[in-house]
Write a protein that binds this ligand. Sequence first.
Ligand code: C2E
Ligand code: MG
Ligand code: MG
Length: 727
Amino acid sequence: MSDAAHNKLMQWLGIEKQSKYVRDYFYKYNIRSSIYMSVVVIALEVWMILRMIRTVVTNHLTGDVFWGVVDKYFMNYFILLSAGILMLLYALRFTYGWQKSRWAALFVAALSLTVCVYEIHMLSTHTIRNVSALTYLNYIILFIAGAAMIVFSAMLISSRKDKKWQTLSVLYIFSFICINFGIIISVNSYAKGEQILTFLTMELFVVCLLTWRPVIGFLILTVSYVVFFEQIDTLVAVNSPDGLPGITESTQINGFTMWLSTLLFCISSYRKTRSQAMQDESLVKMNEHLSEISVTDELTGIHNMFYFREEAKKLLSYVTTDRERVVYLFLDIENFKSYNEQYGFHQGNDLLRRFAKALEKSFPGSIVARYSDDHFVVLTSNEGCEKTVAELSGGIRNNQGEVQLSLKCGAYRPADDEADPSLACDRARFACNAIKKHYDRSFCYYDKSLEDQFQLKQYIVNNIDTAIENGFIKVFYQPVVSTKNGKIVGLEALARWQDPDYGLLPPGAFIGVLEEYRQIYKLDRYIVEQVCRDYRDSADHGEPFAPVSINFSRLDFEMCDMIGHLNAQAEAYGVPREYLDVEITESALSDRADLLLEVIQSLRSAGYKVWLDDFGSGYSSLNVLKDYYFDVLKVDMKFLSGFGKNQKTTTIIQNIINLTQQLDMVSLTEGVETKEQYEFLRSIGCDRAQGYLFGKPMPLADLRERLHRHEIAVSEEFLNAGQTAQS
Ligand code: C2E
Ligand code: MG
Ligand code: MG
């Protein structure tokens, strides 16, 4: 038999393996159904008992006739009533946790005890020979059922918690008593020439209201039908001289049909419930999975920020939390990027996973989560956290291999009424960033001076749009001169934020922040437009203007179509493309190299010159030269800062200049502040120079004024921007 057919058969018979969820589902389903069933049984039995009492009283039954009624009816009613009540109590305890059942359980025990005592008496005074086998067997059954009932009543009283095996046992005993009751009463009825409806009702109760595995349903039905008809047969055989009708063929057929239909009902009810259970199970599993992934960080397996924020909010809202001792920590593995480059992502991820686990272990009972990349956050107690971070830092250093890794941690203690975890993490992060590149520091508390800087940062992020709209953003121009004649051959556009509250903000205060919050493209788009507008104005007024180099951030090309914007603005203001140069810093090339390679190609083929800014400031300067093509190379001003002090400086600059010549690039050195530096650059053949010696970044009006005063001159070819544009 194939596996599929085998599974089908097992399912059909109901002997397949069920998951715990499905088993529990059946259990719950049956216990709930047994509430209705037991209530009906209790009501029926109370009614039956009252009816029988009325018969006894109105007919003044005494002596043997009275004991005959007790024997045939009362004992069976009592035991079924007891079973009904006990079932109800167990079902209520399971479903609603209802425990006020002591008196009812005691009543069940007392009723069952009455049955037991009576049955012992009957068993001791009768033998199987002087009563029928059926009656004698019933004495035994009732005695055992009564005893079981006493035991389970006692268990119910002694324990308040639901125990599955107890409830299930009561369910089985209850079902058994129901069917036994059906058989006894119906056999009695048959003997009196009445219908056998009680048997049928009980069969329907047990097999249709409760859900059994098909094999068990089959066993219950078959055994009970066989026993029932066997007993009627015996009864007929014993009493036929009294004229009891035998079981006719049509009764047999009816009985068989009844058996078959209840069995089919039992199977279909099982299958329906089972498929419902399985559907529910897959939904529950899916929900569990969803809620699991919604709070877990996929890479490291520790919690994510969603969980962190929710739990932190909860923790801080507890009255019992000692807020003075609470601290947010923001941890950053410094130099992780280089580790990734050196050992690959696989090993990098591995390191993150190990660190995350170590972090969780080091802060037991605290809220720990991965913030992003190589950043983690912890909400913990202030005591000893610095020491724990130092230990973790040691662990990181042991793992570092050839790349120097270090752990930086910013700590923020929330104020009394503060409840926003995101803002708190931002502050801790701010403190952490404040000690980046400070090799002697690894732990920093957020304090007043950081608070001021933080406020400014928040202000910048929240106000960049208004600043642009209100014209607070200005373009300053810094001259770039040719070393041949000292005349201006270019202007670098540098952004300034003239704020009504904070005064003149240098780019250092806002560029990084805008990059961090991915808002830099707004500023750069605006600068492009301003530069084009200034060009137009100069051309229209016959003023000199030189090609302007504009600084771009890598994100500009990710967040918007910057090349399209450049084209559109150049077109709108009639700016020749050779008047717009693009500066890209070397550090921008370290990630998403593929994207920038394409961008640089597109820019150059669209007619813009692309400059490499801050050459020599990063880790992979020479690789950058190998992989990309630039028109101009700007030597980072750090090189010149050592001029005159460090002998090697001149050698290095000279070699860089030689390299640019060999690679067919224009060379430019920035940060030229002294005549000596300038002379030196001229002497080694550096093409252009930029620095305070020729002018600081200034507004266009100041630049024009200086030109008019002949303090500085523009190279002939750019004397009149308008003419150049037309030529
Ligand atoms: P950068 O592109 O390398 O710009 C040169 C920086 O060096 C400017 O600082 C300039 O004022 C300064 N500088 C020029 N000559 C000298 C000198 O002789 N000595 C000294 N000590 N410094 C000199 P600034 O204007 O503060 O700009 C800083 C950085 O901000 C720029 O570096 C650039 O990377 C970025 N930036 C400026 N404006 C923008 C912009 O509009 N968009 C983008 N994305 N970045 C910008
Ligand atoms: Mg620049
Ligand atoms: Mg630069």
